[in-house]
Design a protein. Structure first.
Length: 341
């Protein structure tokens, strides 16, 4: 496996260069991806590919990441079936990378919402794998395999937990992310938090969908900043349609809300608002917030904050949609899962 890992990192480094060069007919890929999924704007596809190249395919980062694991005893190839979500461009990339790093033969079932970009990227990868070291098959139905990795809704999770009972599987359902705000944040920090809210139009599990703010804090100053920075959202048809629809629903149901040019704010103790809506909850005692987050930790992917808090693991504003190689979904180490006998 040591020799395999060395070659794997070399292939990934070359893959990164091809992606950065937009090799092949990239403009046509962008157009086709958006035709098949109106949420996949050029800017969001490029955001995803940049994050992949910067955080996942860097040669040094790959070496540091894989050096943490013991591959020596793992000398026979197994197979894994991966069912991908389709909420953001190439969202399955990290699972795929983990499986390939462990020398698994991968059977990949893509979402109908996200086929174009993964197929393009995999073509670049496999065309550069001259020794045919990596084995990836895009399939419409998973065959019998040694292990399964499945990402979807909570309903999907419940179904596959029953269907695959007794089989080695990593099954993920719906989660979302939150931000704990002190009220002392700078304008730059608020703008960074805006990236956590608006990247990929809020469709990812790492997108912040709820803010905890101190009682009395005037959130309207934040909305004004975000309106300036993210005004382009008014020109994104599916987003603004959701915005207008959710506004109408709130008015009809007499739900109190704050409105900016690009966002609706609603007070709620829940975690998962509809697209274009952000939940807020006020607090007087930060300890109450920390206890609530601990209670609901299985619903939360990321906890963002501008400072550290005892008892919870937080990440900085602006980083929720820029995960690193060791930032595993649902906090379960995918490599460890794949290496288990």
């Amino acid at each position: 496996m040591i020799e395999f890992t060395r070659k794997f990192i070399t292939i990934c480094s070359a893959w990164k260069e091809l992606l950065l060069r937009n090799a092949g007919n990239f403009d046509a890929i962008l157009e086709q991806a958006k035709r098949e999924n109106p949420w996949f704007e050029k800017q969001e596809i490029e955001r995803s590919l940049k994050a992949i190249c910067d955080n996942y395919l860097d040669e040094t980062l790959l070496q540091i990441w894989l050096n943490k694991y013991s591959f020596e005893k793992y000398d026979h190839q197994k197979s894994v079936g991966i069912i991908a979500a389709g909420n953001i461009p190439f969202v399955v990339f990290h699972d795929l990378l983990c499986a390939l790093a462990c020398n698994y033969e991968v059977y990949l079932k893509l979402s109908d919402k996200d086929k174009v970009l993964p197929e393009y990227c995999l073509d670049l990868l496999l065309s550069n794998d001259h020794d045919r070291l990596l084995k990836v098959h895009i399939v419409s139905k998973l065959p019998e395999v040694d292990k399964y990795i499945i990402t979807g809704s909570s309903l999907t999770k419940n179904y596959f937990q029953s269907y695959l009972k007794g089989k080695p599987s990593l099954i993920r359902g719906h989660r979302t992310s939150v931000a704990v705000c002190s009220g002392q944040e700078t304008d730059e920090q608020w703008l960074q938090l805006g990236n956590d809210v608006f990247s990929y139009f809020g469709l990812g599990c790492r997108n912040v969908t709820k803010l905890y703010i101190p009682i009395g804090f005037d959130i309207r100053q934040v909305l004004a900043l975000w309106d300036q920075e993210f005004i382009y959202l008014q020109n994104v048809v599916p987003y603004i349609r959701n915005f207008e629809y959710q506004k109408a629903v709130k008015l009809l149901n007499r739900i109190s809300f704050l409105e900016s040019y690009v966002l609706l704010l609603e007070h709620s103790s829940e975690f998962s608002p509809p697209i274009s809506t952000l939940y807020i909850e006020e607090y007087s005692n930060i300890q109450d917030v920390l206890e609530q987050l601990h209670t609901h930790k299985d619903q939360i992917q990321c906890m963002c904050a501008s400072r550290k808090y005892d008892g919870i693991q937080t990440i900085a504003f602006g980083t929720s949609q820029r995960p690193g190689l060791s930032d595993y979904q649902d906090h379960i180490d995918t490599i460890e899962f794949l290496l288990q006998e």
